[in-house]
Every structure is written in C-alpha cells, then in structure tokens.
Design a binder for this molecule. Sequence first.
Ligand SMILES: Cc1ncc(COP(=O)(O)O)c(C=O)c1O
Length: 485
Amino acid sequence: MIKTIQLEKELTKPLYLQLYSQIKRLIEERKLQAHDKLPSIRRLAEELQVNTVTIVNGYNVLEEEGLVYKKVGSGTFVMPNEEIKDKLEPSKEESDELELKKREGIINFGTVAPSPSLFPIQSFKRLLNQVLDRDQGYAFGYQKSQGYLPLRESIAQYVEKYQIEIGSEQIQIVSGAQQGLDVLAKTFLDYGDTVFVERPTYPGAISAFKSRKVELIDIPIEKDGLNLKKLEKLLKRYKPKFLYLMPNFQNPTGYSYSLDKKKELLNLADQYELLIIEDDCVSDLSYLGQPRKSLKALDMEDKVIYLKSFSKLYMPGLRLAFMIIPSSYCEDILLSKYLSDIFTDGLVQRVLDLYFRKEDWQEQLNCLKEKYSQRYQVMITALKKYLPSDIDYIEPEGGLNLWLKLPQQISVSKLHKTLRKDGVNIAPGALFYHTKPRKNRIRLSIAAVTCQQIETGIQRLGQRLKEELEEEKDYRFDDSLMPLV
Ligand SMILES: Cc1ncc(COP(=O)(O)O)c(C=O)c1O
C-alpha cells in the first residue's frame, strides 16, 4: 500500500504533510491495518527520493495525532482501530449519520451555519499544539488591534490568488464579519445618515446599520446584480455614506453580479464618490463555470472596503474575519475596532496563520467545495423532481443559498409552520427585507443538511406546496363557497 504514496515537490504543501495526509488516508480507508509496520525511515526516504527528515516529520505528525505508535528499536506501527476511532475524521456516511442524529431529525434548510462534520478538527488540534509549544504565554497576551502581523501577511499573499494586490498594512482582522459590519457602522454612520443596501439583504447588516439610527434605502437586486438605473437615480437624490452589497452568491438570493454590472457599478462609484462595502462570505464556493471575481479585484480607485468571513470556509466558532481597507480609512477603522474589543483572539489568529503557512488552505477549500457541490447537485435535482412547475428560482451555480419565488396565493407563514411539523425548517423570505417584505419568497440553504436530508426535505416541501396549490384551486372552484346571487 505504501507504494501508492507519491510526493510532489511542485506543490506548495510541504512534503512531510503530503506524506502524513496520504498515510492517514490509507489508515482511514483501512488499507493499512492495526499494528501494520510502516517502512523504515531510511527505506521510505530512498524510495520516495526525499530527505530522511521529511519522513521523520511526517511520522511525527501521525504520532502526534495518535494514528501510529513507535516502539524503540523496532519501528513505527499503525494504532489499533479501537484507539484511533475517535481520532479520524468521520467518513462521509458516518458524518452524515452523525449529523442526522444530532439534529434530531430536523432537516434544517433555514440556516447558513455549516455542518460541524465539515470542520477540520484534527489539523486544528495539531496546529493549536504547535502554536502553544512555539509561542507559550505570548499567544495569550495583549495583541495588536489591527491583527497578528504574520496572519495579515499570509492573508495578503492568499488574496493575490484572487487578483487582489494589497499590503498587510491594509488588512484589519476582526472577530467575525458581523463585528466588521458593526465596526464600519461605528466608523462611518451617525444619526440621520443614509445607507444604501440591496433588497433583499443580510439581516445582520440591517441590524448593525439601524443601530446607528440611519435611514436605510434598499435597491432591488436582479438575477444579474443590482438594478443600476435605480441606483443612479437614487445617487442623484441622496449622498449615502456607503452602499453595502454581496456581489457573489448573495445572501439570501444566491444571485451573482455579472462582470459588466460589477464594472458599471465601479464606474458609478467613481462618478458619485460612492464608498462600497463588499461582503464576501462564499465567493470561493463556485461549483460550475468560471470563478467569480470580487469587486475588490476590479477596484482601481480604492472605492471598495472588502469584508471576508472565515465562518463559512473554516469554522464560525473561531470568530475570525478580515477587512481590506483603503489607506485613507485605516486609522478611523482601527480606532473603532479598538473601542469594540481591543483585539481579536490571538491564539486563533496564530492557528489560522499556521493553517495558511503549513497546511494547504487550498486543500481545505477543495474539500469543502467537493462536499457542498455534491449537496448543490442533489438540491437542484430534487427541486426539479419534486417542486410544482410554477415555482420560480435560478440555479446560482455556487454558494449556499437558493431563493424560491412561490405563487402569490401560498402563505409562507402557514407553509413554514406545516413544514416544521414535518421536521423541515426553511427561512421565510420576509426576514431579509427591512421594509415592505415580499411575502412569497423562501430561502433554502445547503449549509447544514446532508444529501439524504435534501432529498427527503425537498420531497416534503414539494408535497406541501402541491397540497396548498390544490387547496387554493378547490377553494376557488368550490361553488358552495360562492355567494348566492
Ligand atoms: C452575508 C453575511 N455577512 C456576514 C455574516 C456574519 O459572519 P460572521 O460569522 O463572520 O460574523 C454572515 C453570516 O451568515 C453573512 O451571511
């Protein structure tokens, strides 16, 4: 089995970690059994044509994770199954089953909080230990408000892949994107100011801006982005402090702006001196077609503040996000962050930094994308199979959300209640409007549901929708209910 191992020097992932991942995979797949002896360090180094230190380091990581044990003078052996059982990431079937059990049967399309089974716990544990060994008490001391410098450097390097070229001094680390929104609200907004938002939009942003007693004006989002005619008309009338938007896989609609609209929007921003806040939670999760460009990558005039959360791509409990800030605003934003909580947890910043430096961050993204993409495909197939044909939606080709427009006669609040009894939760669309909510929209998210749950849940949704539509038809044509003339 060891013969299947191949280390590739061109990859950015260090060789010892490639070795570790591949042996771990062999153990997970039970291709290496309890007490199997791993090849000697010298023999494997010769076979793979690498330095013996690579093998020693790879074996050390396996030992740290409790996947192998060493016997002095004899070599390295695979741990017995019972002992490693809880140290392995659960297999897909196991984690799906676990997920099902944990949620006590509720099929939750109503949340964008990702399934805990997708969190990279083992690598986090290992890197956490490395940070503690390396930095000791410094990891718990006061940190710089702007964020841990090595992490800011890692992020600056990482966003280059997305054609965003900035220095670490333009990055501000925040404790989650929600805090980012709050910090921006504190920095820019005062009583009586105006803010433009998409219609519909993320309710957490509405709350953060409203807390500053501002006037929110919403601009309809269409399937290819904001209605720019409406935006321009409003820009002639108002001088908003900023426009808040999500150009890729918007929450709640899943819509993405076309490249033309992104460029046109930046032209308008230039013309009307409009500051834009781009909230980018999930643009990395593009399952089909071209990767989506962020507005920031196209922003030549420094009109965009870019906000990115690690909640959907890593783990929400870490409360980590960052902002890329045009230099003229850096000082004011830094002060607001300082006044909010002084700094973001230094320990988790250090672990995330090691994740970028030592682990292959790309591998984490690829793994997430693969899992979410499977769910997305199952969701699209199930919607086509089970929903009545008069339900309108687009296939967003990425992200976590689908936005359904139901026939006017369907009551979403009744549907929500009935589905809860069926063990299915959905997000009523009205939650995402701050004025005059559209009553016949719902958001379905694939973040916290397994493929099996999607199939079952959409079947139940389809059934209820058909019943509601039938009831409505019967009601309309039931002449016993017609007034006697
Ligand atoms: C669009 C959007 N922005 C911000 C947030 C908040 O993210 P965080 O967990 O980083 O605070 C969310 C959470 O769902 C979101 O959907």
